[in-house]
Ligand binder design. Sequence first.
Ligand SMILES: Cc1cc2nc3c(=O)[nH]c(=O)nc-3n(C[C@H](O)[C@H](O)[C@H](O)COP(=O)(O)OP(=O)(O)OC[C@H]3O[C@@H](n4cnc5c(N)ncnc54)[C@H](O)[C@@H]3O)c2cc1C
Length: 484
Amino acid sequence: MSVAALSFPFSSSSYSSSNFRNSKSFKLPNATSQQLSLDSSPPNKTPSSSQPFKKTGAIVVGAGLAGLAAATRLQSENIPFLLLEASDAVGGRVRTDFVDGFTLDRGFQIFITAYPEARKLLDYDSLNLQRFYSGAKVFYDGRFHTVADPLRHFSDALQSLTNPIGTVIDKLLVALTRIRVLSQSDYDILTADEVKTIDLLRRTGFSDSILDRFFRSFFGGIFFDRELETTSRLFDFVFKCLALGENTLPKNGISAIPEQLAGKWNPSSILLNSRVVSIDSESQDGVIVKLENGELLRSDLGVILAIEEFEAVKILAGKPGPGLVKMPVRSTVCLYFSVDSNRVPVNDPVLFLNGSGRGIVNNMFFATNVAPSYAPPGKALVSVSLIGLYDSVPDEELVERVMKELTDWFGEAAVRSWSYLRMYRIGFGLPNQCPPTNLMKNPRVKPGLYICGDYVTSATFDGALVSGRRAVEALLKDRATVKV
Ligand SMILES: Cc1cc2nc3c(=O)[nH]c(=O)nc-3n(C[C@H](O)[C@H](O)[C@H](O)COP(=O)(O)OP(=O)(O)OC[C@H]3O[C@@H](n4cnc5c(N)ncnc54)[C@H](O)[C@@H]3O)c2cc1C
């Protein structure tokens, strides 16, 4: 077996543990370790351990979008696989809780229909995608100003030409940026020379007013980075997808996306509640994976680590692989409120942005204006997002501050009628993708051992899906040339 020496161009710093509180779970039909029967041969012994191990096909560790895309690709090649997931359901960061008739996505997430890999993998009709208005309402100077996509809402866009959310030249520059990104391939965008997004926008000529009133809250809300230090590659990629597609939510919650992927194969291929604690890729018997419960699994086809970068760093310690994790990782808080549907102040399926430069709310929307199925009959769901973790602020204080702030937006009578439902504090929302980045990282750690995840490509649903496919393609290439 030849082992390629590989180095990964990750930058370094330390990682502090992620924080995910107040989450309640729901479950897919679960597979237990008793159902694991990919190979009927008796358990073998590994030379490095006295414990028996079970032999499997390929092993994918982590059932987020990257792991699910890897498993989907393996399935399409008829390669048997086992997907090991530490938590109680598939989806990773893309999960939904169903609470008293409300559909609560774990953090505000939007599915852009133009994501190229997603288009290949997902059945959009079954997702029953519910569309947002193509634009936003920006709260600035005590009232709302509309920012609209001129190709979809021409008259709104025309009327908004002279509003204070940027100059007429800014609006022209938005159109030119659209032409610029649409004229490039995704590959060219993701490998182009890069700067921080804020530097790209300044260099393009955008005024401080549109930067502060629109871009910081809109793209800051996508990157969880109001400073807009995220790479211009990611900005261009997302801008292009926004120009080509629509912002949507699946009718049954954002978790319908991973569930659709996982629903395509036999549930016994997925082991939930199965945390991998170590990997031995030096064994002559193939790659040996050790679970938290002590169980050993052996793969002679290869192991794909589809876990967060900080987890991969831990598991691959001492092997070539991801470097230390770039800080700060991107965090967010999402608060949900319920309100009687006849007391919702607006009916538009529109995103509201904070362009005031004050306060802690970054964006909010009435989720039921986009997807009525997100609340039980007679009720509406309000979703409010903050950037950062606010970990020193107790929940009650955060709720109070958010409600007080939104009173300025919608009036006291409206906001007083909201009932607080739940808060998600998401310490690890996204990896830090400030320059320098490599959004085309090599998935191969060595033949038989691969990595994927949004940190390997772009920190988006699409990036995670692409990375899973690429990891399997690397595995297939190695299988064609070398016996692992
Ligand atoms: C609040 C929020 C909003 C977002 N909004 C958007 C959006 O609007 N649009 C967009 O494109 N992207 C969005 N993203 C980003 C997107 O969700 C991620 O880029 C993508 O889901 C990452 O998928 P992944 O498979 O790489 O990682 P993850 O989803 O993190 O999956 C990793 C999986 O590995 C499992 N795991 C970890 N360690 C182990 C172990 N030792 N053993 C077994 N299993 C393990 C974890 O439990 C997890 O299930 C958002 C993210 C968040 C958090």
